[in-house]
Design a protein around this ligand. Structure first.
Ligand SMILES: Cc1cc2nc3c(=O)[nH]c(=O)nc-3n(C[C@H](O)[C@H](O)[C@H](O)COP(=O)(O)OP(=O)(O)OC[C@H]3O[C@@H](n4cnc5c(N)ncnc54)[C@H](O)[C@@H]3O)c2cc1C
Length: 434
């Protein structure tokens, strides 16, 4: 995990501690070997049970299973709860009892059961703390600097904590939800909820997001309500990828599809670096990567464009991009990130077919038609006329001079030619037996 999400987690824990103490409760933080510390805490407090919210990542599941076995052997009751998702593990299965690997039927089955989604529980009004609570050892939350993770280079778009999460949800429902489908693909518009980091760090309940979205439909026109359904569909994608990770944990290291495992990925460190630094010569790709480096967040349409560019145009393994996103995203989530990367690389469950390769120029023209997003993140292109903005390499020399943007000097020439890259990717995927 990188600095942005680590910082966001630490800030979330601080906010949680503040909220608990406001309600008369408290939080005990410990550092060290988890079995030793949990056992110590149980001895110190006389606790007879451990309740926890489930985490579906393979390492976390292994950790929680170890804790459960350790405590149960000592007669302590251990109980895990579903909290992170709306439907978990084996709740949505095919009629044959196997996990879904295609989104549409999964989504249909999910929606058929959506009536069962419980309302979020209300806040506790009182706490019964152990008498020695204030004497319990309580460590400080480490700073990211202590962990040699530096978050101050980013200008984050979200602040951790329940209050910010609720504000973000309310603002989205009031101002953007009714036009979500129309606006969500345009990175220069604030058309999405910006809830991903809050959901990731548990600052807001997914049940609350779901029920508030359903409720918001009542005060919208039927056309607007349909747009909210598209938002709900994204929440279903979130559950979908959680269950993919749960049932097929090997996707962390391997393509989901066996047919793509033989692709001859390129080892091209300089091109990889140019992609990471936003220097590919494709403005929409570069602006997107610079958004990630600046804010620790990237718009969903751009995540797809940049991921497909890396895996198809540069033919570089999705794991390189996945790792880079994990390092910089404030909302890094193993299930969604892996799912998004394997979707874009055409190696995953219900992935984009390998022959559908986004044309970065067309994507740019379609989703940043006025070039506002590109100009915001690529100042070198600020004066380039709109007709060349998506393809600056086509600018005649006199226009380059007039725009103070010499291609190859002020802004790079394209790292690879689109048609050539497309043919190369098709050949590589074709040869791997797809
Ligand atoms: C290559 C790639 C990598 C990604 N990595 C992550 C990641 O590490 N963490 C992450 O939360 N999302 C990831 N996504 C999904 C998506 O891009 C983000 O969830 C979204 O951009 C967050 O912005 P938002 O909260 O405004 O989304 P909204 O459009 O408002 O969506 C609402 C919520 O639905 C969920 N969601 C939306 N789209 C997806 C999706 N495609 N898959 C799973 N859940 C989704 C998120 O929790 C999001 O907050 C990735 C997508 C791609 C293509």
């Amino acid at each position: 995990m990188g600095a942005p999400i680590t910082h966001f987690f630490f800030e979330s824990v601080k906010a949680l501690a503040g909220n608990l103490s406001y309600l008369g409760g408290g939080l005990v933080l410990r550092r060290g070997d988890f079995l030793t510390e949990i056992e110590r805490l149980i001895q110190e407090t006389g606790a007879r049970a451990l309740y926890f919210n489930k985490d579906y990542e393979p390492d976390a599941r292994a950790r929680d299973a170890r804790i459960a076995a350790f405590l149960e052997a000592k007669g302590i009751m251990v109980q895990g709860f579903k909290d992170q998702v709306l439907f978990e593990e084996n709740e949505i299965l095919t009629q044959a009892g196997s996990p879904y690997t295609v989104f549409t039927p999964y989504s249909r089955a999910w929606l058929a059961r959506s009536i069962e989604i419980p309302l979020p529980t209300s806040y506790p009004t009182s706490f019964r703390l152990p008498e020695n609570f204030s004497a319990l050892e309580n460590v400080f939350i480490p700073t990211t600097a202590e962990l040699k993770l530096y978050h101050s280079r980013y200008d984050f778009l979200v602040t951790a904590g329940e209050r910010s999460a609720h504000d973000a949800l309310q603002m989205f429902l009031k101002e953007a939800a009714g036009a979500y489908q129309d606006q969500r693909n345009f990175p220069s518009i604030k058309g999405t909820s910006m809830l991903s980091a809050f959901l990731r760090a548990g600052n807001i309940s997914i049940r609350e997001v779901y029920h508030q979205a359903v409720k918001a439909k009542n005060s919208l026109t039927p056309e607007q309500a349909k747009q909210v359904d598209v938002f709900i569909s994204e929440l279903i994608w979130r559950d979908f990828y959680f269950q993919v990770l749960y049932h097929f944990p090997f996707v962390i290291n391997q393509d989901f599809k066996t047919s793509s495992r033989e692709i001859a990925w390129r080892n091209a460190p300089e091109e990889l670096l140019a992609w990471k630094e936003g220097r590919t010569g494709y403005p929409i790709v570069d602006a997107a990567m610079r958004q990630l480096l600046k804010h620790g967040w990237m718009h969903n349409r751009l995540r797809m464009i940049t991921a497909m560019f890396l895996t198809k145009h540069l033919l570089i393994h999705w794991k390189e991009g996945e790792r880079f996103f994990a390092h910089h995203l404030i909302d890094f989530d193993l299930a969604a990130n892996n799912g998004g990367w394997q979707w874009s690389a055409s190696t995953g469950t219900d992935a984009q077919p390998y022959f559908r390769i986004f044309n970065p120029f067309e994507q740019s023209r379609q989703f940043d038609p006025k070039g506002d997003f590109i100009r915001k993140f690529i100042p070198e292109l600020a004066n380039v006329p709109l007709r060349f903005l998506h393809k600056p390499w086509e600018m005649p020399t006199e226009v380059q001079i007039a725009s103070a943007c010499l291609i190859g000097k002020d802004y790079p020439a394209p790292i690879v030619e689109h048609r050539y890259a497309r043919e190369r990717a098709l050949a590589a995927f074709g040869a791997s037996g797809k």
